[in-house]
Design a protein around this ligand. Structure first.
Ligand SMILES: Cc1ncc(COP(=O)(O)O)c(C=O)c1O
Length: 448
């Protein structure tokens, strides 16, 4: 390897020297220096000054192509004119009522019309809250207590669900076909793990065995059709179809978390997989950049909420500005926009994959829509199909160097191996990303 992590980190910290300074000042007031710890690139973050469509301007005056876009939230880029206009029009009317407003109803109708499995919807302030809400509905509806979720499946940071999203491979995680539930954080009571059953991505036989053995206690299976924050893993069509059939047979609700994947298609990734969940979790893009989360589902399942048997209440649920911004965002994210986003993703995937194969470089691209994963593996030709592949196959050092070097060259991916595309990105932006990736990967593997 011709690039060393320490040298890349030094270069990165030189380019983003003011951000390093601000992080250090921030530690006086905020643990770690800033709130969103997932934005830590090495020891510090990149401080933003302003957004401009597909770009982020940093406090150093560096312009970055924003491939993070707040972990996929800003699908239209920064400051989209339609979202800005909608917020500006709504602002003089006031922005905190609690009383219902038309915007909430309009966003609800839009999402119900768009996503085939959703008849009714309930808004929250974040997708973490919405995931917890979905689980409470499932428990209320089925009368069962346990949750089944996947190893590497992230569904927010709450005590109930921050279990085995990022399990530590050194913390006795159990055999590959019998993973143990492990809390992702200190401070999560151990009894929370006892209520969680852990499944294995793309391994139906294992999932079936575990679900059948615990069916009498499991209220729901929580799943992302393309796992994201715990490491991007694309699920096989057949695996998803089989899981839907099995959960129905066992009286277990299927909750599909589309917080990230909704942007994959007009009706969400569930439309592509032709799977009908009992409940769907939404977040990120449906607030147009403002804080939001939602649970949608069938009228039948929502009966427990309608009849107040399952309680959910929040001061800012259905917030006027988030709903207003969300409507503008979702209206702009039409079929044509989604096609454009996905075609940029397809180009990146095919050009980088064929280049890496030709060169014999160990790069693999994961996922087929505008939020995709990349991994630099320990050997060429390795594929990522389960969470544990990240432990066994990915070269963490090279991944770290790639992210630092890309940022220092003006491209800002999620450092754990994710890029998200935005609508204003041009063909030249995509070309620049592909060529810069090739330059950095060639340097990492010594042929640059
Ligand atoms: C799939 C998924 N579900 C839930 C969440 C939690 O969302 P929030 O950060 O809005 O609480 C995230 C956040 O990244 C996510 O990716």
């Amino acid at each position: 390897m011709s690039l060393a992590y320490d040298a890349s980190l030094k270069k990165f910290s030189n380019v983003f020297h003011l951000s390093k300074l601000e992080t250090s000042k921030g530690t006086n007031y905020i643990p770690g220096g800033f709130s969103r710890r997932t934005f830590a690139y090495g020891p510090h973050a990149i401080f933003a000054q302003r957004g401009e469509a597909q770009y982020l301007h940093t406090i150093e005056g560096v312009r970055l192509l924003d491939l993070n876009n707040n972990f996929s939230t800003n699908v239209l880029g920064h400051n989209h004119p339609a979202i800005m206009a909608a917020i500006q029009e709504a602002l003089p009317n006031g922005f905190s009522f609690g009383n219902p407003i038309d915007a909430e109803l309009d966003l609800a109708r839009l999402l119900c019309e768009r996503i085939a499995s959703i008849e009714q919807i309930k808004f929250f302030c974040s997708a973490s809250e919405a995931c917890l809400g979905a689980v409470r509905i499932a428990r209320g509806y089925t009368g069962k207590q346990k949750i089944a979720k996947f190893e590497g499946g992230y569904h927010g940071f709450t005590d109930d669900l921050a279990i085995s999203a990022h399990p530590d491979p050194n913390d006795s995680p159990g055999p590959d076909q019998d993973p143990r539930p492990l809390p992702d954080s200190q401070g999560i009571p151990s009894y929370k793990s006892e209520h969680v059953v852990i499944l294995v991505q793309n391994d139906f036989e294992t999932c079936e065995r575990i679900l059948r053995a615990n069916a009498g206690e499991i209220s729901c299976v929580l799943i992302e059709l393309q796992a994201g924050a715990g490491g991007i893993v694309e699920l096989d069509q057949q695996f998803v179809t089989q899981l839907r059939v099995l959960t129905k047979e066992l009286g277990i609700l299927l909750i599909v978390d589309e917080t990230v994947t909704l942007r994959a298609a007009y009706g969400g990734l569930q439309g592509v997989y032709q799977v009908t969940p009992d409940l769907t979790v939404l977040g990120k893009i449906i607030g147009g950049g403002l804080p939001i989360g939602a649970v949608g589902g069938s009228r039948e399942v929502f009966r427990v909420v309608e009849e107040n048997r399952v309680m959910m209440s929040g001061t800012h649920h259905g917030h006027p500005l988030a709903c207003t911004a969300g409507i503008a965002c979702m209206q702009a994210l039409d079929e044509t926009a989604i096609q454009r986003l996905n075609s940029m993703a397809a180009r990146i995937r095919s050009e980088l994959t064929s280049w890496a194969d030709q060169q014999g470089y160990p790069l693999t691209l994961i996922g087929g829509f505008s939020v995709m994963g990349y991994a630099l593996t320990k050997a060429a030709g390795q594929r990522i199909t389960t969470h544990r592949d990240y432990w066994n196959k990915v070269d963490d050092d090279s991944m770290g160097i790639y992210a630092l070097e890309m940022a220092a060259r003006g491209y800002f991916p999620v450092h754990r191996g994710q890029i998200g595309l935005t609508l204003p990105m041009t063909d030249d932006d995509v070309t620049g990303y592909i060529q810069t990736s090739q330059e950095v990967i060639s340097l990492i593997y010594g042929k640059g």
